[in-house]
Design a binder for this molecule. Structure first.
Ligand code: PLP
Length: 435
């Protein structure tokens, strides 16, 4: 595979952009090799600057549920662009998009649109702290909610301790308000609540990816989410479902289709912007009405509710709502893909765990089911790196880390899935032969 252009582009980018990329995971740090510089996308496929073609299971890390260059979304965005790129004033489109989200997602009565998932979770937490009057928050090890200071925190000396900054530059004085619990382990959450009640300010909110996609794909069990809801009620803490990745992706109702638990607040991103910078946070009226200009909690954005982004997102949500069978189609492809991958790995005696939720899929090279980040860390990352590189060479573009999720889009069909399974089988054969 020729990579001359990507190699040169990467070297040149590194002269002027830190690490050559505008988001760290794009640098292929954990799998090695050269990040592909992308020339264009079309449907299920990506084309790099050397004219190599790949089946794209990243889909911009989730937003492109209809694949690249969907004609309807494209024409809506282009139409909006002709009327002006940004006004810094309200538009009717924003209200329409807010209504679309509210009509689908239970317990969300009011919305605020922002530009990124990071902003959505950061603002949701500020609001939840104000509502509850308590500073401590609980997050889960292995869940990612963007890069705001309160959320860049890893477990202290063990779960249920006050967190440590997971990045230089995050003040310890702030991270001490974030307690880190173990995913799918309700005892660890109770321990966090109790630790905070005894030694901290009390827990104001709990934020969770109800379908975790940032330690690989690890769904929370129904029982765990039910128990979490109960604990939040018991300790008067706001429960936030971070559905930036899973919202309108795992199903039209995101995680709500897989559990009978309602959060007090939810955050959205990715699919609701259809590939444009758009995200949102929302919740019950009594919480959301604390937000400025109705209440005193400050949050703002020059480009929030940008008309191009809103037009793209609105088109995507309207299409999904009008044709919910899309989710069955995507889920069937995800099932076929994960079954095929697992059977191929079994054939070569390579231990592999697979999961899917709607159009999200994940796999780990390990012996046992993955229920939390400790389990995920047991996966063979060196094997993943080898597999990733070989799949790329065979024209399959997978997320460049063991701890990410894959995405199916509507432009994919049996052909792309069969080709991928075939490529995986070849990779496993080569790997077992030591090639
Ligand atoms: N929350 C979740 C669950 C995410 O997966 C991400 C990003 O992948 C974020 C928040 C942050 O979103 P953004 O990258 O748009 O800031």
């Amino acid at each position: 595979m020729e990579l001359i252009h990507s190699i040169n582009d990467f070297n040149e980018a590194k002269q002027v952009i830190v690490g050559g990329v505008n988001s760290p995971v794009r640098a292929f740090g954990s799998v090695g090799g050269t990040p592909r510089f992308i020339k264009k996308g079309a449907g299920a496929y990506l084309y790099d600057e050397d004219d190599n073609v790949y089946i794209d299971f990243v889909q911009s890390w989730g937003p492109l549920i209809f694949g690249h260059c969907d004609k309807d979304i494209e024409s809506n965005v282009l139409h909006a662009a002709k009327n002006g790129l940004s006004f810094g004033a309200p538009t009717e489109l924003e209200t329409t998009l807010a209504k679309e989200i509210i009509s689908v997602y239970d317990n969300v009565e009011k919305i605020r649109l922002v530009n990124s998932g990071t902003e959505a979770t950061m603002s949701a937490i500020r609001l939840a702290r104000a509502y509850s009057g308590k500073d401590d928050i609980i997050k889960f090890e292995g869940c990612y909610h963007g890069h705001s200071d309160s959320l860049l925190v890893s477990a202290g000396s063990g779960c249920a301790t006050f967190g440590n900054p997971s990045s230089p530059g995050v003040p310890k004085d702030l991270s001490k308000h974030t307690l880190v619990a173990r995913y799918n382990d309700i005892d660890s959450v109770r321990a966090c609540f109790e630790t905070s009640a005894k030694n901290g300010s009390g827990v104001g909110c709990v934020i969770i990816e109800p379908i975790a996609g940032n330690m690989g794909l690890v769904p929370a069990s129904k029982e765990f989410l039910r128990a979490l809801r109960k604990l939040c009620n018991e300790f008067s803490a706001v429960l936030i479902f971070d559905e930036v990745m899973s919202g309108f992706r795992a199903s039209l109702k995101g995680a709500l289709s897989f559990c009978d638990v309602l959060p007090d607040m939810a955050t959205f991103g990715k699919v609701i912007g259809a590939g444009m910078p758009l995200a949102a946070f929302g919740g019950k009226d009594e919480i959301m009405n604390l937000l400025s200009p109705v209440g005193g909690v400050y949050q703002a954005g020059t480009l929030s509710g940008n008309p191009l982004a809103v037009s793209g997102g609105l088109c995507a949500l309207s299409k999904l709502k009008a044709n919910p069978k899309i989710y069955t189609y995507l889920e069937n492809l995800a099932r076929k893909l994960t079954t095929g991958l697992k059977e191929s790995a079994n054939e070569y005696k390579i231990p592999m765990q697979t999961t899917f939720r709607g159009s999200m899929f994940g796999f780990f090279f390990c012996e046992n089911e993955v229920k939390n980040f400790d389990d995920a860390k047991k996966a063979d990352t060196a094997l993943f790196a080898k597999f990733h590189q070989k799949m790329l060479e065979k024209g399959v573009y997978l997320a460049c880390s063991q701890f990410e999720t894959g995405f199916i889009c509507t432009s994919m069909g049996e052909k792309e899935i069969d080709t991928t399974i075939c490529a995986a089988k070849e990779c496993f054969a080569e790997i077992t032969q030591g090639l």
